[in-house]
Ligand binder design. Structure first.
Ligand code: ADP
Length: 159
């Protein structure tokens, strides 16, 4: 089975990576796809996010990095894939994720969303938390791969 794991990945964290690794073991192929949403302000450009993701998944041979804009259902259809993966951290994720999964199913009855529970050590982890902590000079080494940590520090402080 081939699955799409869509998201902003601004930037990729150990929480995302954990989901990607688990998908890579369970499914034949995983397409991690970055949503290109020009109205959402991001720290990293789409090209930068692609570069970061490619680097951190380079050892996972069945993982591909792609981007899409517009509706996920249209993208999935174009790629001929009908299964989407999303991660769930806590009940706070649930309401939004449920709404989105049901809307996607309304738009395309063939599209199925599979939820993977976050690993307990990453339940608190989000890209926005990482950016906030890094912005206040906090230690993010346990939250993102080294390569991503360097990119964040360079982006925020130029070093
Ligand atoms: P989006 O803007 O689409 O929510 P994100 O990059 O924030 O994009 O998240 C992409 C997906 O990864 C979402 O399904 C989100 O719930 C999941 N995710 C984010 N952080 C974690 C984490 N720490 N553990 C498990 N899943 C996560």
């Amino acid at each position: 089975m081939i699955v799409i794991y869509p998201g902003s990945f601004d930037p990729v964290t150990y929480g995302h990576l954990d989901i990607i690794e688990r998908c890579s073991k369970k499914f034949d192929q995983v397409i991690v796809s970055i949503l290109n949403n020009p109205t959402k302000k991001t720290l990293f450009s789409v090209d930068e996010r692609i570069k970061l993701l490619k680097e951190v998944v380079k050892d996972l041979k069945n993982v591909e990095i792609d981007t899409f804009s517009g509706l996920l259902v249209n993208y999935a259809k174009t790629r001929g894939i009908s299964t989407v993966i999303r991660g769930l951290r806590a009940v706070t994720d649930f309401e939004y994720e449920l709404q989105m999964a049901l809307m996607n199913r309304e738009l395309d009855n063939e599209l199925e969303t599979i939820f993977l529970m976050s690993s307990s050590q990453y339940t608190f982890l989000s890209s926005s938390m990482v950016k906030e902590v890094a912005g206040f000079d906090g230690d993010i080494s346990g939250l993102v791969p080294d390569y991503v940590e360097k990119a964040i520090n360079y982006k925020l402080k130029g070093d």
